[in-house]
Design a protein around this ligand. Structure first.
Ligand code: ASP
Length: 323
């Protein structure tokens, strides 16, 4: 047989095998890796999404929290998982910022993953412990400057959204602060509520209920406009701070996952985002679900690339790197 014919036969056989595999997919539960601790915003998005995707797929989507190194440990787990669609990653903007923040990553940002689609976009808030002696953003900045040696800001490690937001805040006030890394902002919130750590920046996905009940102090929201869910919290811009930040989430499979499986997972993602209870739950937490056009591999791929380009110069200028 000629070499080109052999190649065509092999390609044909693998296409048939891949289509047959995809038709049976999923035949068992899917694991959705969250690279932060339970109880935080990424975990909350994953649980809402996983349940709805599972309804469409006819299989359970099980959440597994694989924490460490600002989200990169969980991402590495997925990069190295079987390319069969049964192990997925739900991460966020950290996929793009970590590409510059880390000198070495245990995966290649642009080639180790098969994007499934964008999930949500959500602003962040700067919140403080209940007894923090500061009534508003000016008060917080004063307190931070006067107590620079002892003040503490929680985050979820280098590469997390809270880390990025913290960097922006520090550069705005021209004051470095001691940061306390947690395996996720879920456990950090417990310490904020217990007056153990002074303040942090976190997605509205988990801060909204705490702000609404007055359990924490709220200093600013990073959206362009105020949010209906927490109307008394002023934007950074309104208070003279020049930063806006939206945290997008996405779902990825390992690269090499059969295209038909990626396509099936994208359909399940789109199904989930169009579900009313999902939309209502996200809306209550000021978390906007992605549109059908955004919940696609091409849109997520483009987002990662444009966000790497956007954040690279800012991170390089800040000179923050991790090993
Ligand atoms: N909100 C966290 C972050 O700063 C992560 C988490 O969801 O726990 O990236």
């Amino acid at each position: 047989m000629k070499r080109s014919l052999v190649a065509a036969v092999i390609a044909g056989v693998s296409l048939v095998a891949s289509t047959a595999y995809a038709q049976q997919f999923p035949a068992r539960a899917i694991t959705l890796i969250v690279p932060f601790a339970a109880g935080g915003p990424t975990d909350t998005v994953a649980r809402v999404l996983g349940e709805a995707m599972g309804r469409d797929l006819g299989q359970q989507v099980v959440i597994e929290n694989v924490v460490g190194a600002g989200g990169t440990t969980g991402a590495a787990r997925v990069a190295n998982a079987a390319k069969d669609g049964y192990t997925l990653l739900l991460w966020h903007i950290g996929m793009a910022t970590s590409d510059t923040l880390y000198r070495r990553l245990p995966y290649q940002t642009l080639t180790s993953f098969a994007p499934i689609g964008l999930v949500t976009e959500v602003p962040m808030t700067i919140i403080g412990r209940p007894r923090l002696p500061a009534a508003d953003l000016n008060g917080l900045v004063d307190y931070v400057k006067k107590n620079a040696a002892t003040v503490t800001m929680a985050n979820a490690g280098v590469g997390s959204a809270s880390h990025l937001c913290g960097m922006l805040f520090m550069s705005q006030i021209q004051q470095a602060v001691t940061t306390v890394p947690y395996p996720g902002t879920g456990p950090a919130m417990t310490d904020i509520l217990g007056d153990q750590v002074d303040f942090m920046c976190d997605q509205t996905t988990t801060t909204t209920p705490q702000i609404q009940t007055g359990s924490v102090k709220a200093f600013l929201v990073t959206s362009a406009d105020r949010l209906d869910q927490i109307p008394n919290v002023r934007t950074a811009k309104e208070q003279g701070m020049n930063f806006e930040l939206g945290i997008w989430h996405g779902v990825w499979a390992p690269s090499g996952t059969p295209p038909a499986v990626v396509e099936r997972l994208t359909r399940a993602l789109q199904f989930a985002l169009a579900e009313r209870p999902v939309a209502q739950r996200f809306a209550a937490l000021a978390t906007a679900p992605s549109t059908k056009e955004e919940a696609t591999p091409a849109a997520l791929d483009a987002k990662v690339k444009s966000e790497i380009a956007r954040w690279k110069p800012l991170i390089q200028a800040a000179g923050v790197y991790a090993d």
